[in-house]
Ligand binder design. Structure first.
Ligand code: SF4
Ligand code: SF4
Length: 194
């Protein structure tokens, strides 16, 4: 499990207080983002690593600062947003480890239409679905004030996130095992597979 240590969690943000349940949701949300990114990195032939026409754009990044929920996930990081470049750095990629718009995990690009991305796409879709109908029929990304989401709804969201994290962790372990079986001795000369 990833440990998230940030002193701001006990503080209000711009005068706003957030419930413990929202902070619990934030923690699991961030863990899921890390797992999805790790899974993407483990895939062979990740199309993005060879792409000559990277699709990241400020218009896409902007949701992370426009959405109340994603601003909450970002915390103080929100202040590093560039209104010209968004979160993207040429030749280095995305500056964000967490708080990305969920569309960034959807792998909608046609270059991902290959079998070994199916599981990852399904996990990403399930991640987005967890947050549907969070308040007044709206997806959480569209909710103007996340403090208005009911306790019951937050409890349900948290429970679904925990279930999804379990599935995602199993998939990560399966991918790591498969990789290890393909290449048990990654360092030339070393027979310990470390
Ligand atoms: S999603 Fe498609 S277009 Fe975007 S960077 Fe990856 S390969 Fe390129
Ligand atoms: S992956 Fe990062 S840089 Fe690319 S669109 Fe999403 S937030 Fe922006």
């Amino acid at each position: 499990m990833i440990e998230i240590q940030e002193s701001w969690r006990t503080q209000s943000i711009a005068g706003r207080e957030f419930s413990k349940q929202l902070h619990r949701i934030r923690d699991v949300h961030i863990e899921l983002e890390y797992i999805l990114q790790s899974l993407a990195e483990l895939q062979n032939n990740n199309p993005c690593s060879m792409c000559t026409n990277v699709c990241c754009k400020e218009e896409i990044c902007r949701e992370s600062v426009d959405s109340d929920f994603l601003r909450f996930i970002l915390g103080p990081l929100v202040n590093s947003y560039s209104s010209n470049q968004g979160w993207h750095i040429a030749d280095a990629g995305c500056r964000l480890n967490y708080g990305r718009p969920l569309v960034c995990y959807e792998y909608y690009c046609g270059d991902f239409d290959i079998q070994n991305w199916t599981q990852l796409k399904q996990l990403a879709q399930a991640f987005k679905m967890v947050y549907s109908n969070a308040f007044a029929g709206q997806h959480i990304l569209a909710v103007e004030d996340i403090a208005r989401i009911s306790k019951n709804k937050l409890r349900n969201i948290h429970a679904k996130l925990l279930t999804l994290r379990g599935v995602a962790e199993q998939e990560l372990q399966r991918s790591l095992r498969a990789l290890w079986l393909l290449n048990p001795f990654p360092h030339p000369g070393c027979r310990l597979g470390g």
